[in-house]
Design a protein around this ligand. Structure first.
Ligand SMILES: Cc1ncc(COP(=O)(O)O)c(C=O)c1O
Length: 378
């Protein structure tokens, strides 16, 4: 059997990782400023993470959600503590798309409504509901087309008000990324988020913050919308949560009342996944990684803004988008193959930096030096 070929691949085979670095099969060292799509939050093979997972594997790796698993409550308690949302309720699942799927479903259960507002440039995943609120017709199969979803321009408060004026009583949820990732690192305006909060409260709709990419400490606050002091009804999360172990979740406001069978999953919240999530939270807390994301992120953004040739730098903390002119479209490839630095991309010509939250100033300087040199060649 061959692989179903859906991924455009770089011709690099990575065989090991250590902190902010990965090594290919020839032992070439790469700086990882992408973290495999923002997944590596505490660095590759962090010793605390590795030992916690190995220990758990020796005891038991998996049992289904039909027995008591105190580890799940430990994750919930610690997540409440680190995020400051003590009274929210946690539902554990396996990925970002699944988290959004459950959030939207819960919003519909809660309001008995169907309509959803999403935004241009949004990416929320590839499963049925998640893809229907994603602004990319190419990945929406006919079966996923959903007339309940309306896309509005991002950061457009007038359009949002008009939509609520017209059919506010029918809106189950507004789903928004605090910082659009795939959309090119576009930061939601504070007043836009406040407007979503105000209108969803007024019309008793649900405010879903998709924090799958921008959350989990990446911006220096646990959830990105906390920078604006706005509180959502449901937060969705995944990527950084397990540092590579597949896990996702939703944090649900105390206003929502669960009933048995309302949501469910076979794998979600298993022993190994919980231990991965716990060890990540322990490292985030123990090593003050939110502060580090702010410190190194601010440094990187300030330095990048001074580099000649850069059109715009967007983002907060360690979620950074560098807009380059079209003639520099090869820079990302050059960084990878010549300077051995992994970065991400977004259309049309944005370099996305999503490194582990514990990168050092030395890592940042290494990147900045290489990046400056690249740009000087144009
Ligand atoms: C903001 C956002 N939401 C949801 C998802 C989907 O997550 P997953 O790929 O784990 O299903 C992604 C993935 O890139 C994302 O960036």
């Amino acid at each position: 059997m061959k692989l179903y070929d859906v991924y455009p691949l770089q011709s690099i085979e990575i065989s090991k990782g250590l902190g902010s670095y990965v090594f290919d099969v020839n032992d070439t060292k790469y700086l990882d400023f992408y973290g495999g799509h923002a997944v590596i939050s505490i660095g590759h093979t962090h010793p605390h993470y590795v030992s916690r997972l190995k220990n758990q594997l020796d005891k038991i790796g998996f049992y289904s959600n039909s027995i008591e698993m105190p580890l799940q409550q430990q994750v919930a308690s610690m997540l409440g503590e680190v995020s400051g949302l003590y009274d929210y309720q946690l539902f554990l699942c396996n990925s970002g798309a699944e988290a959004n799927e459950n959030a939207l479903k819960l919003a519909s259960f809660h309001t008995s409504r169907k309509r959803v507002i999403a935004f241009e440039g949004a990416f929320h995943g590839r499963t049925s509901l998640a893809v229907s609120v994603t602004d990319n017709p190419k990945i929406i199969a006919p079966i996923n087309e959903n007339s309940n979803v309306q896309f509005l321009p991002f950061n457009d408060e007038v359009a949002l008000e008009q939509a609520f004026d017209m059919f506010g009583e029918e809106i189950a949820a507004v789903i928004v990324e605090g910082i659009q990732g795939v959309g090119g690192i576009q930061v939601a305006n504070p007043s836009f988020l406040s407007k979503i909060r105000q209108l969803t409260t007024q019309y008793q709709s649900v405010f879903i913050a998709d924090e799958v990419q921008c959350g989990y400490g990446r911006t220096g606050e646990f959830y990105s919308i906390q920078h604006q002091n706005v509180q959502a009804d449901i937060y969705t999360m995944a990527k950084g949560m397990g540092n590579g172990f597949p896990i996702g979740a939703i944090a649900v406001s105390p206003l929502f009342k669960p009933w048995h069978g309302q949501l469910g999953t076979t794998f979600g919240g298993n022993h190994l996944a919980c231990v991965a999530a716990l060890s990540v939270l322990e490292v985030i807390q123990g090593e003050n990684l939110l502060d580090n994301a702010t410190k190194i992120g601010t440094y990187l953004i300030d330095e990048l803004k001074q580099i000649q040739g850069v059109e715009e730098v967007r983002g907060i903390g360690l979620m950074i988008g560098i807009e380059l002119p079209v003639q520099m479209s090869e820079v990302r490839k050059q960084l990878l193959f010549e300077d051995h630095i992994f970065t991400g991309t977004a259309n049309p010509n944005v370099i996305r930096l999503l490194p582990p939250l514990n990168i050092t100033k030395m890592d940042a300087d290494f990147f900045l030096e290489a990046f400056k040199k690249r740009l000087q060649q144009y």
